[in-house]
Each structure stands twice: as C-alpha cells, then as structure tokens.
Design a protein around this ligand. Structure first.
Ligand code: DON
Length: 569
C-alpha cells in the first residue's frame, strides 16, 4: 500500500513538472493568440493580463487600454511610463474614429537654441541626458481624459492592478532583470534611480521580486485625485524638486497648463482598405499614408516578397517620405503642416514616377512640393479589441530606454528625454539620425515631432488590423511593412510581424536590414542597384491584432523580437 502511494506521488510530481514545463514552453513558443471576446497585445505579459482581466470584467477596449498603460508604467519601466507621453488611435463600435494626443510639450522656459553650445554647435548630451532633456509629461492627463470620455469604468478600478503590481511587486523575468543590469551604470549617476533599479547596489536577478513602493504611492494619489494627483500637490512638488536639483526647466505652471488634445485622425486608403492613423505632432500617420499611396502604384505578386525588386521599391518610397518629413512636419499648433498635399494620391503618383530600377542617391532627393496638391484633400505599443468592436491602438514613450534614466526621487517614476525629438539645429541629427527644419524647431509649449504610428486599418469600415511599434524613425517603416504583409501578401498576423524588414530614412543614405533578414543574393542585387548597407539591426517591436470579421475571430501576435504577450479569450 505504502509503495503504491509512493509511486503515485512520483507520477503526480512528474505530471506536475510536465504541466509547468509545457505551460512555459507554450508561453515561449506560441505567439499568435486567438479569441472571440477580446484581445490584448502588449510588450509585457503582466500588462497584457491586466488588460484581459478588465475586458473579462466587462470593461471596453478603452478601459483595458488605460489599465494596460498604467500597468506598463510598473512592469515595463524600459518604456511604459507616467513620466512620458504618447498617442492613442481609437475606433468605436458606432463607427467614430478619433485620436488622443498626450505627447510631451516643451517647457515654457525652453528656447530655440537651448541645446546649442557657445559656438552654436548642437550638444546632444543636453537633449538626451539629464533633466534638461525632459518634456512636460502627458501620459496621466491623456489616459484620464480618454477614460472619462470613452471608457465605462472608474479610474480607481483600472489603476488598481498597477498599484497592486507596484506595491506587492512582481517576479522579474530574465529580459527585465538583464535590462536593469545592463543599464545600471547609467542609473548609478542618479541616486534616486540607483535606489529603485538595483537591490541595494546589487543587480536584481531573474526570479527576484521587484517592488516599487514610491511608485505605488504616486499611483494611489492619481487614483484618489485624478490628474491633480500627478500635476499638483506632492507628486508635482517632487517632480519639480528633481528637475531643479539637476538644472532643468519644468515648472508648476507647465504642469498646470498641460492638456491632452483630441485630434481628427489622418485618413488614407490602400487597395480598398481604410487607414486610420495618428496626425501631427506625429509624423507617423502622414508618412505612412504617403508611402502607401506611392506603393499602391506598384503591383506585387505573392512570390515577389523578399526579392531585391520589392525591397528596392520599398526603400525608394521610404526615402521620399522621410525627405518630406524633414521639411514639412512639426506640431500643427505651431506650424502649418501641408497635410492634404502630403496625403494626396496625385502627389504620391508624382513620387512614384521618379522611382526607377536603381537607387537614387539621397542627395538627389529633395522634399517635394506637396503645396501644389494641397487643395485636394524607449517606446512601447499595445492594442486592445473588445467583443463589441471597439479598437484601440496606443504607442507611448519616454524616448530612450528608461527615458532620461532619472527617477523622480520619492515619486518612483522615470522622466522622459523627449526634447531630443525636436530639431535643435538644421542638419544636426538626433539620436535616431533624424533631421528637421523650422517646422520642428524648439518653442515653448510646442510638441516635439514624433514617429509613433499607432494605426487601425478598416475593411468595409470594420477593424481589420490594429498595429504599431516602437523603434524611433523605424516605427513608420515597420508599421508600413506589417500592413503590406497582411494586405498585399495575405500573411496572418504572426507571419506579418515575424517577417524580416528593411528600413531607409533618406539620410543617412543607407539601407538597414535585420540579422538573417536578407539572403546574400538579394543583398548583392541591392548593392548593384546602388544601395549602401548600414549595420544590420533589429527593426521595431510590433504588436498587432488582426480580425476576421466574417466569423468574428480575433488574432493577436506579439513580436518575437521581444518578450511581450498576445492573449485573447
Ligand atoms: O516619438 C518618437 O518618435 C520617439 N520618441 C520614439 C522613441 C522610440 O521609439 C524608442 N524605442 N525604441
């Protein structure tokens, strides 16, 4: 009898082991999720679970998106935030499309030449590091505005999971622990950051519990007082103290005056599908639609994907769009962006006609003249779709990995270094190699130009694709290629996101491929056409949802280049 109990115990243990092994393998291998009632995709598994719970409780996509946003600030400090900003594109079940701009703003004390030294040279240290690099944060105001207007739940309900994760802590996965460790030398420069991201000076290890008590208190204040819990009172005082102790510009007046803006989306069409994307101050929507308009003139057959001809046509199109971005795009509240011209199909056709069989050297490409056509018409992305058909596509950022790397002492959140997205001096590239002009020069309270491209693609006016990515300048071209993979090459969402991509942003005059992305003969052909290759690198971290409206199945996929999770029910 005893022997029988003993051997059964062993079998039970083996089964348990298999269960956990299989469960983990599952999580690691299966990246496409399916569901009928809702789907959440984000760059962090814990945040995805938070969003899914909200949907299961009966919340809509907006409730879940706001909950995911706050959760990411806790579980994914690499890019999730309350000290940064972002954009949200929304398609409501009643057919309305809208966008929320909660991008950071330049402080009132900002000046056009604030990042130039006495010789007039751009000093990227000032725009990328320290408190001078921080824009006035927009995330908390943006999330609360959106929840009030389009959500169904109370702030207390959607923010609570984030508070719990901060207060009780969570188990650090390998990627997060490694990422903290690799950034520790930067955090060390700021005692307030070192305190949070190291375990008394020792790097956190995989499997350890990571608690953020200060952040939990800040989130509690937001829960109790709404936006005032961040922009006024204790949190605001701590933020300003931190800024002032290191010589930055943000004041209480900046915080008082910060408001998110609801903007009309950028619209386009591509082979019968409708594109709904982010308008300026993001360049994403306009550049995406401009490129799709050019590419619509080509006809791609299924077996052309991955050929040198295909990548050539993509790369040339990208170059023209980035040349226009450099000249014409900036905050529309400060600069008259020629949106209609840039989005016009005729303007795109004029670009298409310039594309031949060879690479045009970047110096021969200039921004076009869209005005002629004017009359005609470290970042993270997450998506939510609910059973009623509400779709939300959000990209949010603190710019570099961990933003400025400065934690606001006592408040537990990281400050962004978004000021580097301005064009500090014509011809001086920012950290993404992007150039700009007067359209994106620094002015008090202006929003810095972004590349974030949260997008919803509609088919017969119903959501077909919800997509976005981080990746600085590469965001726009990543989103472009995932959309084309789905529409032109009929890939499922997993294939469309996994497929290798390329990037070309006009200047520097280089094409970028991913490691193992191109075969040597395709690479050789492109070199023969006149392309110079930059160093191979991973491009973007796309998160996407694709909906088959005919039978109501929702598919989700989180980019295997990262550690996110797509989950439906
Ligand atoms: O708004 C932008 O375009 C940039 N601040 C995005 C930064 C980003 O994607 C960093 N992630 N890799």
């Amino acid at each position: 009898m005893q022997k029988w109990i003993y051997s059964n115990k062993i079998i039970f243990c083996i089964l348990l082991l298999f269960f956990f092994l299989f469960k983990n393998l599952n999580a690691a291998v299966i990246k496409e999720a399916a569901g009928k009632n809702g789907m959440v995709v984000s760059a962090n598994a814990l945040a995805t679970e938070v969003g899914l719970e909200i949907l299961k409780k009966g919340g809509n996509s907006i409730d879940a998106a706001v909950a995911v946003g706050f959760a990411l600030a806790v579980t994914y400090p690499y890019a999730g935030n309350i000290g940064g900003g972002g954009f949200m594109v929304i398609h409501l079940k009643n057919g309305k499309n809208t966008t929320i701009d909660f991008r950071e703003k330049a402080p009132l004390k900002a000046t056009k030449n604030m990042f130039l030294d006495k010789n007039g040279n751009f000093n990227p240290k000032l725009s990328q590091e320290g408190t001078t690099s921080a824009g006035v944060p927009g995330t908390v105001a943006g999330l609360i505005y959106t929840l009030k207007k389009y959500g169904t739940m109370k702030l207390a309900e959607v923010i609570q999971p984030a508070i719990n994760l901060a207060e009780n802590g969570f188990l650090l996965d390998y990627a997060t622990a490694e990422s903290f460790k690799n950034t520790l030398h930067d955090f060390k420069r700021y005692p307030s950051s070192y305190k949070i991201f190291s375990n008394n000076g020792i790097p956190y290890r995989t499997g350890e519990i990571f608690k953020q008590e200060d952040l939990a208190k800040t989130l509690e204040l937001i829960k109790d007082e709404g936006r005032d819990g961040f922009y006024k009172g204790k949190t605001a005082q701590l933020l300003i103290k931190q800024i002032q102790s290191l010589g930055g510009y943000i004041t209480q007046k900046d915080l008082d005056e910060y408001e998110p803006v609801e903007r009309k989306p950028v619209y386009g069409t591509y082979r019968g599908y409708k594109i709904v994307s982010m308008p300026p101050p993001s360049s994403g929507g306009i550049a995406l639609v401009e490129m799709l308009n050019v590419l619509e003139n080509f006809h791609f057959t299924q077996d052309e994907w991955g050929s040198s001809k295909y990548f050539h046509e993509l790369a040339e199109t990208m170059k023209f769009a980035f040349a226009d971005r450099t000249k014409y795009l900036g905050d529309p509240d400060f600069y008259p962006v020629p949106e209609k011209g840039l989005l016009s199909k005729q303007y795109a056709e004029s670009i298409y006609k310039k594309i031949g069989s060879k690479a045009i050297p970047a110096k021969e490409i200039k921004a076009g003249n869209p005005l002629k056509f004017q009359e005609s018409m470290e970042t993270t992305h997450y998506d939510v779709y609910d059973k009623d058909g509400n779709a939300v596509s959000v990209t949010t950022t603190i710019n570099s990995a961990y933003g400025s790397k400065i934690v606001v002492d006592g408040a537990g959140f990281l400050l962004n270094n978004e000021m580097d997205d301005f064009s500090s001096k014509p011809g001086a590239p920012n950290q993404f190699g992007l150039l700009g002009s007067e359209a994106n020069s620094i002015q008090p309270q202006k929003r810095m130009l972004s590349s974030m491209t949260p997008t919803i693609v509609l088919k017969n006016d119903k959501p077909f694709l919800i997509i976005g990515s981080p990746g600085g300048s590469t965001i726009i071209t990543v989103v472009l290629q995932v959309i084309m993979n789905c529409i032109d090459f009929h890939m499922n969402i997993k294939e469309a996101i996994e497929a290798p991509r390329i990037h070309n942003q006009w200047l520097p005059d280089e094409i970028y491929a991913e490691p193992f992305g191109l075969s040597s003969d395709v690479r050789d052909n492109l070199i023969k056409m006149g392309y110079k290759f930059g160093k191979d690198r991973t491009l973007g971290l796309a998160e996407g949802i694709k909906i088959d409206q005919s039978d109501g199945i929702i598919f989700g996929s989180s980019d295997p280049r990262g550690n996110g999770l797509a989950k439906g029910f």
